[in-house]
Design a protein around this ligand. Structure first.
Ligand SMILES: *Cc1c(COP(=O)(O)O)cnc(C)c1O
Length: 496
C-alpha cells in the first residue's frame, strides 16, 4: 500500500517513508491511497483475539512494507502487560453507554495507544529507508502527547525527542510528568503562549528548509510524533475494531449491527481513526464529535465553515483546547473526492485568514458520517458527578465532555444504536477538576494537587496509578521557558 500527500497526490511513498518524514515536504499529510476492506467474517474473528492480535490485523493491512513478523513484534512489545496491564483497551458497560477506556498505558492518557507503537515503527522504518542519521522527534503538546512521546522514545536508539508545552496550558500533573522525565535523549521546554502557539512554532520549524539543513549537518533529521504522523494514526484505528469485537464477544450486539462512537476531540486524530475504521467496513453508525468550549469543530460540522478566529478558552479539558485541528485535513481530502488542489487552497486560506468554507458537496459528505456537540466546563463536571452518583463510575473531564455530548445527541435524535464513549484519560491526570465535580469547589480548594488525588481515591474507590502517586517525589529536570520565536534556538541547544 502506498501513501499520498493531501496536498499533492502525485507524491507517493511507502508507509516507512511516511512515518520517518511525518509531514510531506509541501506541508500535506500522508494518507493511505485506499482503504483496506475487512469482511464481516474477519471482524467477527477478532472477538476471539487478544488486543495485540487485533491490532496486528489492522496494522498489517496498512503497513504492507513491514513484514507480519515485524508488526507482531511491534504490537507484542507495545501492548505488553507490563505497560498496559491485562487489557490495553477494556470496554465497560456504564449505565446505558459503553465506555472504551484507552488510558491504561504508562502515562494514563490514550496517547500511549499510539505512542508506544510509533517508536517501534519508526526505528524499523529508519532501517528500511536507509536513514543513517538520528531522528529528532519534535512535539508540540497540549499536555498528554508530550509525556506519552517522552515515555515512548525515552532511550530509544537513534532517536532524540524534544517536547514543547504551553506554559500555563497543562494540568499540574501533566507538567510534573514531563519536567521529571528521565532519559538520555529527552528534552522538554515550556513555551509562553497556548497550545496553538506551541504547535505553530513546531510547524514553522518543520517548514524551515535552512533549519533542516543546519540540523542535517549535525547529523539529525527532524520528524514528528504529533498525530499528523501516520505512525501515530494507524495504531488508533485498531481500538475501534477492538471495541466492536468486545461488543460481539459479550453478546451486546450481533455481527453487522451498527454502533455509534462519541469521541472527545481536539486535533481530530482519534475520531479520524474511527472514520478510517468505518471506511474499512466496521459497522459504524454515527461518529459524534465532542468539543469543549473551544467549539470550532462543532460549528464546522454544523455549518461547513471552519473559523479559528475566535477567543481561545482555557477549560478543564485542556487536551481539547485547540482551535486548529490538524487531522481534519485528512478527512477533508476524503470528503472532497481527494482533490489535493482544493485541500491546499482551504489550508492556505486557514493559514492566511484563519478560516475557510467548504462546498455543499463536502459539507453533505461530512454530515453523512459525523454529528457534533459541545459541552462547557459546568456541563462536563455535572456529568462526572451524575455518572458517579448513578453508576458508581468516575470519568476524567475529557471523557465527561463526550458523555454529555452523547446524551445530548441521543436526546436530540432518538438514535438508539449502542453508543461507545471513548474515554481518553485517567481521572487522576485531572484530580482537582474531578474532585471539584464530586465534592464541590470548597473541598478541592483547600487541597494541593496531590492531596486532591488522595481525596479522589478515597471518594471514588478507583486505585490511583503508582506512577502518578510517585510524581511529587521526583526530581524536576527540565525547567526552560521560552518565547515562541525562540523555539528554534532551543532545538539548537538540544541538537548539539
Ligand atoms: C489528545 C487528547 C484528546 C484529543 O484527541 P485528538 O486525537 O487530538 O482529537 C482528548 N482527550 C485527551 C485526554 C487527550 O489527551
Amino acid at each position: 500500500m502506498k501513501y499520498v500527500s493531501t496536498r499533492d497526490k502525485a507524491r507517493q511513498v511507502d508507509a516507512a517513508q511516511a512515518i520517518v518524514a511525518g509531514l510531506s515536504h509541501e506541508g500535506g499529510l500522508y494518507v493511505p491511497e485506499d482503504f483496506p476492506s475487512f469482511s464481516a467474517d474477519r471482524i467477527e474473528s477478532m472477538a476471539g483475539m487478544t488486543y495485540a492480535a487485533r491490532a496486528g490485523e489492522v496494522l498489517s493491512a496498512y503497513l504492507t512494507d513491514y513484514t507480519r513478523q515485524e508488526i507482531d513484534e511491534c504490537v507484542a512489545g507495545a501492548y505488553a502487560a507490563e505497560r498496559f496491564g491485562d487489557d490495553p483497551a477494556p470496554l465497560k458497560a456504564v449505565g446505558d453507554m459503553h465506555v472504551l477506556e484507552l488510558w491504561h498505558g504508562p502515562t494514563h492518557a490514550f496517547k500511549d495507544m499510539a505512542l508506544q507503537m510509533l517508536p517501534r515503527l519508526m526505528t524499523r522504518a529508519m532501517k528500511k529507508t536507509g536513514v543513517d542519521q538520528q531522528v529528532f522527534i519534535l512535539v508540540a503538546t497540549s499536555g498528554d502527547t508530550g509525556k506519552a512521546a517522552l515515555e515512548g522514545f525515552c532511550d530509544v536508539e537513534g532517536t532524540q525527542v524534544g517536547v514543547f508545552y504551553p506554559v500555563d496550558g497543562v494540568s499540574p500533573a501533566q507538567k510534573l510528568q514531563m519536567i521529571t522525565q528521565e532519559g538520555k535523549n529527552v528534552h522538554v521546554c515550556a513555551v509562553k503562549g497556548n497550545f496553538d502557539d506551541a504547535q505553530t512554532g513546531v510547524k514553522r520549524i518543520f517548514g524551515d528548509d535552512a533549519f533542516a539543513k543546519e540540523l542535517a549537518e549535525k547529523g539529525y533529521v527532524l520528524s514528528s510524533a504529533n498525530s499528523i504522523n501516520w505512525g501515530r494514526l494507524v495504531p488508533q484505528v485498531a481500538y475501534y475494531f477492538s471495541a466492536y469485537a468486545d461488543l460481539l464477544k459479550t453478546g451486546a450486539i450481533r455481527m453487522g449491527q451498527e454502533v455509534n462512537f462519541c469521541v472527545p476531540t481536539g486535533n481530530f486524530g482519534n475520531i479520524l481513526a474511527a472514520y478510517y475504521a468505518k471506511r474499512m467496513g466496521l459497522p459504524v453508525g454515527r461518529l459524534v464529535c465532542a468539543s469543549n468550549a473551544n467549539n470550532v469543530l462543532f460549528d464546522f460540522i454544523e455549518q461547513g465553515v471552519y473559523d479559528a478566529n475566535r477567543p481561545f478558552h482555557k477549560t478543564t479539558s485542556p487536551s481539547m483546547d485547540i482551535l486548529v485541528s490538524s487531522n481534519l485535513e485528512r478527512l477533508l481530502f476524503e470528503l472532497c473526492g481527494r482533490d489535493d488542489a482544493q485541500v491546499s487552497a482551504w489550508m492556505q486560506a486557514l493559514r492566511t485568514g484563519g478560516e475557510y468554507t467548504v462546498d455543499a458537496g463536502t459539507r453533505a459528505a461530512l454530515q453523512e458520517s459525523f454529528s457534533a456537540g459541545w459541552a462547557g466546563d459546568e456541563t462536563a463536571l455535572a456529568a462526572i458527578s451524575r455518572v458517579n452518583a448513578e453508576c458508581g463510575y468516575t470519568m476524567d473531564p475529557h471523557t465527561a465532555v463526550a458523555w454529555a455530548v452523547a446524551e445530548q445527541y441521543r436526546k436530540a435524535t432518538g438514535d438508539a444504536r449502542p453508543m461507545v464513549i471513548v474515554s481518553t484519560a485517567s481521572p487522576y491526570k485531572f484530580g482537582r477538576s474531578v474532585l471539584t465535580a464530586l465534592e464541590g469547589a470548597a473541598a478541592a480548594e483547600k487541597l494541593d494537587e496531590f492531596a486532591c488525588s488522595d481525596e479522589l481515591e478515597r471518594v471514588s474507590g478507583l486505585p490511583m496509578p503508582r506512577t502518578l502517586r510517585e510524581l511529587p517525589t521526583k526530581k524536576k529536570r527540565h525547567n526552560d521557558v521560552v518565547e515562541p520565536a525562540s523555539m528554534p534556538d532551543e532545538v539548537r541547544l538540544w541538537a548539539k
